[in-house]
Design a protein around this ligand. Sequence first.
Ligand code: 8YV
Length: 324
Amino acid sequence: MTAAEPIDLLLPKAIQPSVIEALSGAFRLHRLDEAQGRDAFLGEIGPRIRGIAAASQAPVDAEFLARLPALEVIASFGVGYDTIDVAAAAERGIVVTHTPGVLDEEVADLALGLLLSTVRQIPQADRHLRDGRWPERSFRLTTTLRGRRVGILGLGRIGWAIARRLQGFGVEIAYHGRRRQEGVGYAYHPTLLGLAEAVDVLIVVAPGSAETRNLVDAAVLAALGRDGILINIARGSVVDEGALVAALKDGTILSAGLDVFAHEPQVPPELVALDQVVLLPHVGSGTHHTRAAMGQLVVDNLLSWFDGRGPLTPVPETPWKGRT
Ligand code: 8YV
């Protein structure tokens, strides 16, 4: 860092301690999460803020950005950045960075764990043992991964990491995305409905956005069918949660494994009441190893930016074209 005067950085919401520690060494850190009066705090320090370290799921909308006239960069902790108004940022020439790459394998591991847990009802079997029911009777037989056809919605970096693992399980793989990928051996379906008709497991890996909102709707779930299993490790907004609850309750599909929900941390009680589903509290990237790597990338993006070297991992909507 070459700046003589400390650079003012805003932390809208608590982020993991290692990141806070690293940032406080390099910047003058302002913690909105600890401020008494949010409005007065922003009024006072807002005009000086040049960077934001954003926890994922902490909204950074146009109204918030308007309070920060000197803002240059938003470094977001996470690969998904659906809570950041990137269009408003782009309009002002503010660069947004995220943390792609460093969490792909971790999230893919969790996706496979969730798939196996859902198909083989591993948490339910664990509950059976802990509840002392084993001496009375063996745990029920379950459905299987054998012979299943798995559809991936969104064959990006994480989608690919999931597909590589699925190959080891000997299942058929197909995918849907905005476009067919050259030289890919998996069957491509130009519509999500077509993919859902062709498979009996659908894994949602598509990012949350206005375009993907409620993409998995009642019709897609009906096409997935009575034996169908939905796995979502992406964003709750991609699935019509009401339609999913209805489809699970009336047997339109068999089960679901969900790591994400429409209104986290709220989970519909109707989902919690369903024994066949497996529900996780958004833990896809949640290991010490991967969260440390994500945190480091947030810090490195900010250091690189304020050192005049540009962002390391900008989002496509705010590409870095060099300082003008
Ligand atoms: C979050 C995620 O970052 O990367 C993403 O898009 O959803 C997660 O890895 C994590 O929940 C930290 O809040």
